[in-house]
Design a protein around this ligand. Structure first.
Ligand code: CO
Length: 133
């Protein structure tokens, strides 16, 4: 069902300031940045092999990511697994009573499907599933 880790998302106060650690100290490269309007975040993408770190900076005070930052401070936000068939994955998880945030996949601006599993079902970790094909 799960092919690999697609990305790990980290919430930061300020993307520029966060580069001091992730790029200057750790030596990762930022491939690109984009604004994701639906989530109200600016995202910096830092590839590591086939996976990447995504740094998220909220751009609106009322967004989910902004509230997370206000409540818990900067830190790991979610881990994303790539799956072959997200519809089948969600059906399978529902069948074993895993609490889902999205029972039906959402569709990103690029047409790719994704869904979140509730942290209560995953030892406190917000898990994203992502279908690339
Ligand atoms: Co994600």
């Amino acid at each position: 069902m799960i092919k690999k880790v697609n990305h790990i998302a980290v919430v930061v106060d300020n993307l520029e300031a966060s580069m001091k650690f992730w790029v200057e100290a750790l030596g990762l490269e930022m491939s690109h940045r984009e604004h994701v309007a639906s989530q109200a975040v600016d995202v910096a993408f830092l590839p590591i092999g086939d996976s990447k770190i995504e740094l998220l900076q909220p751009t609106e005070d009322e967004s989910g990511v902004a509230k997370y930052l206000q409540k818990r401070g900067p830190g790991m936000h979610h881990i994303c697994f790539e799956v072959d068939d997200i519809d089948a994955a969600l059906v399978r998880l529902k069948a074993v009573s895993v609490q889902l945030i999205n029972e039906v996949p959402m569709v990103g601006s690029d047409g790719r499907k994704f869904a979140f599993i509730h942290p209560k079902a995953a030892n406190g970790v917000l898990v994203e599933l992502y279908e690339l094909s």
